[in-house]
Design a protein around this ligand. Structure first.
Ligand code: FAD
Length: 290
């Protein structure tokens, strides 16, 4: 089925963006150029990631506060509970609330270096516990993670779906998905979630990837399968960045238009702190902003 042209019969979707906190001054300049380019698209919110075990705590905080001070955007701060006491996590959350940051993306996180997960003895064990803890700190707007292809450490797809339901029942308002490249995984997941009684929004996480090695790396990290057609499309283009970018835009544009044709009206973009592809795809979706 071909999607009608945006603007013809479909409503303009809501969009949101993810950024990561920069490590150097040069990367900071790149991030802020990206933010300024995307800001006029008037996203619902923009989120800022948090390094494993709080390794980017201060940089995440600084980026989120600068968003509050210097932009019209609504920031959502990612927060993980791995390796931290409940008290330390609550303190970070309280600092955000006091600074006017009311949206948290609540995550368990992973042990750095790929070691098996172990909860901190005085910590929140899973993201569902973190959500409940955050709600005790303040009435945060909370987003959580969802996995169309099942989280790699889940006992089963059904157990992982139960976990998503627990996070929403604990007070989360919506889920944002892990990256996926095959839209049927996401659409099947929505059907399964609905059958399990989940009615909160499950926003697809869209990552425009401009090379196959990057797609593979992401796939290996987060349990995302990489379709053979993607390998084919990027095959032989290693030294041709310009064509790779055009291919990436076409792949992501097709993905969002299939989702839009299936009634999806909210999209979350993993920008990787670069505006160009995300900006183009937002335009394809009919988003013009201010
Ligand atoms: P949980 O929801 O706690 O689930 C983790 C695993 O435990 C799942 O397999 C689940 O099925 C299982 N489980 C849950 N409860 C139980 C239980 N009671 N008993 C047994 N098993 C259980 N990582 C970062 O470090 N920083 C970030 O900023 C970040 N942002 C992200 C944003 C999004 C949208 C997504 C999708 C992921 C992000 N991650 C981030 C990665 C995330 O931290 C990892 O995927 C992590 O492995 C799981 O986090 P979670 O919040 O999904 O965990």
């Amino acid at each position: 089925r071909i999607a009608p042209l945006p603007g013809s019969i479909q409503a303009v979707p809501e969009i949101s963006f993810e950024f990561f906190p920069p490590k150097t001054e040069a990367l900071e300049a790149q991030l802020w150029a990206c933010i300024r380019r995307l800001e006029p698209l008037a996203p619902q919110f923009v989120s800022v990631t948090y390094g494993a075990g709080g390794s980017t705590q201060e940089r995440t905080h600084a980026t989120v506060l600068r968003l509050v001070r210097e932009t019209s955007l609504i920031p959502a701060a990612h927060l993980t509970c791995v390796g931290a006491t409940r008290g330390a996590v609550d303190d970070v959350a309280r600092r955000y609330w006091d600074a006017g940051v009311c949206h948290i993306v609540a995550l368990r996180g992973d042990v750095p270096g790929g070691a098996p997960y172990q909860a901190h003895p005085d910590g929140y064990a899973f993201a569902s516990d973190l959500v409940a803890g955050l709600k005790r700190v303040a009435d945060f707007d909370i987003s959580v993670a969802a996995y169309p292809e099942t989280h790699p450490q889940a006992a089963s797809p059904a157990a992982d779906l139960d976990n998503l339901k627990r996070k929403l029942d604990a007070g989360a308002n919506r889920a944002i998905t892990q990256v996926f490249f095959d839209t049927s995984h996401y659409l099947d997941f929505l059907d399964r979630a609905l059958a399990a009684g989940i009615t909160a929004p499950i926003i697809p996480g869209i990552m425009p990837v401009s090379n196959f090695a990057q797609a593979k790396r992401i796939g290996e990290m987060g349990g995302t399968s990489v379709p053979a057609w993607m390998a084919e499309m990027f095959d032989g283009l290693d030294d041709d960045a310009e064509t790779r970018k055009m291919v990436a835009a076409a792949v992501a544009a097709e993905q969002v238009r299939i989702l839009q044709a299936n009634g999806i009206d909210e999209f979350h973009f993993y920008t990787l702190n670069r505006a160009d592809l995300t900006y183009a795809i937002a335009r394809i979706l009919g988003v013009k902003g201010k």
